[in-house]
Ligand binder design. Structure first.
Ligand code: FAD
Length: 387
């Protein structure tokens, strides 16, 4: 049923997703006196951080990762551990007294004739909001490439989202596919954690950066350079890499042939070194060519090599999976990403906001915090102008 009320302020703003992005948006709205209700499909806030691999720490600094209105406790250290991110998010929802409803998944968002938004959710719910903030996450649905033969593969194949720690892989031969931050860290984790052999399949050589250099975090450089011309940053990045990152070509990982910031603009943020360089140099992680296909018990690489690992871990990214939710509203581009972000709503969908669908070099949590403030300010202003 679609409401016919013309006083939109009787309806709350619905925030879809109780991760950092959704919680930050709800807190920023509440701080401006706007009622916000967070709908979270899992049974608790911060769901994605509850299931990431054990050794994960933020690669952005504690200070530059805090959400609006609550610093991350100093006791959590500079590089906050995964479990402490969860504690922080729980505390965040509590301190800001956020209205969160867990166990409710939103399937579809529709615009009503009177300009309100109707959310179709778990159990046949129809919820009417004056505005909607979509914060369902950049890393929504694990993505596996369509490798020929993968379905009939006779070895173990899992997505990196199912990896927790190296214990099940002790003495095993493991092939990690993909060298983003996740693949790089899982490979190093396996090598340090007792796997018999770890190979890392690389399609495109990544940019590798030190998490910090003499106390200066890579994230701060990212913040400083993000508005500079791409070519300039590419040049500077190349120079810094030559000074700070050893050449791993002899170990099978050449330096990248496109610039660091050009790659960021294509969606590939640099890999922060948390053990990969040492593991490659000592031979505990062996770079190999990209995976092309599977053949019975074998994995076939782009250079024709055939491997028979015990396990293949695909660190091959995620999909946004926004199509069922908002695809019919004509608000997504050809890559399935929202056409607007932050305080801007698509012209054909006023009152629909998106946060967390970019992957900036300056740090995603920092971006989520900024976008939360801007979205909330926009919604509050809009509400005031209606009165
Ligand atoms: C391994 C890893 C490490 C990262 N490390 C950092 C870092 O160090 N620094 C940094 O700044 N960023 C980091 N990021 C990026 C980013 O900050 C995190 O992914 C962050 O959790 C994004 O927050 P989010 O709220 O946008 O999405 P999520 O945390 O994914 O939250 C989305 C929430 O929405 C819920 N949801 C989804 N669909 C629906 C639906 N239809 N209905 C209801 N609920 C729904 C999900 O259950 C989830 O709780 C990292 C990401 C990953 C994957």
């Amino acid at each position: 049923m679609v409401t016919t009320s013309h006083d939109h302020s009787v309806h709350p703003v619905y925030v879809i997703g109780g991760g950092p992005g959704g919680l930050a948006a709800a807190a920023a709205l509440r701080a401006r006196g706007v009622r916000a209700v967070v709908l979270e499909k899992s049974d608790a806030v911060g769901a994605s951080w509850r299931t990431h691999y054990d050794r994960l720490r933020l690669h952005t600094t504690r200070r530059l990762s805090a959400l609006p209105g609550l610093p991350i406790p100093r006791a959590f250290g500079r590089w906050v551990a995964r479990a402490d991110v969860v504690r922080y998010l729980e505390k965040y929802a509590e301190v800001h007294e956020l209205e969160t409803v867990t166990g409710v998944e939103v399937d579809r968002v529709e615009r009503a004739d009177d300009g309100t938004w109707v959310l179709h959710a778990t159990g046949g719910r129809r919820l009417t909001g004056r505005a909607v903030v979509v914060a369902t996450g950049f890393n929504h649905t694990p993505k596996l490439p369509e490798w020929p033969g993968a379905e009939a593969y006779e070895g173990e194949l899992l997505h990196a989202s199912a990896y927790r720690n190296p214990a099940p892989y002790t003495d095993k031969d493991v092939l990690v596919v993909g060298v983003g931050n996740t693949g790089a860290e899982i490979a190093a984790d396996l090598a340090e954690g007792g796997a018999a052999r770890v190979r890392l399949a690389v399609r495109t050589a990544p940019h590798i950066v030190r998490r910090s250099t003499v106390g200066w975090p890579a994230q701060r450089t990212g913040i400083l350079v993000r508005r500079l011309p791409v070519r300039l940053v590419d040049k500077a990045g190349e120079l810094i890499a030559r000074l700070s990152i050893p050449d791993l070509t002899a170990h099978g990982l050449p330096r990248p042939d496109t610039g660091l910031y050009s790659r960021v603009r294509e969606g590939a943020i640099p890999v922060q070194d948390v053990g990969l360089i040492d593991a490659i140099r000592s031979g505990r992680v062996e770079p190999v060519a990209a995976v092309e296909s599977f053949d019975g018990r074998e994995v076939v690489l782009a250079d024709g090599t055939r491997l028979t690992p015990d396990t293949v871990i695909a660190a091959t990214g995620y999909r946004r999976a926004l199509e069922p939710l908002v695809g019919h509203l004509d608000v997504l581009d050809d890559r399935g990403r929202p056409t607007t972000r932050g305080p801007k709503s698509p012209p054909n969908a006023p009152g629909l906001y998106f946060t967390g669908f970019t992957n900036p070099i300056s740090g995603m949590l920092r971006e989520l915090a900024h976008d939360a403030e801007r979205i909330a300010a926009h919604i509050a202003k809009h509400a005031a102008s209606r009165r």
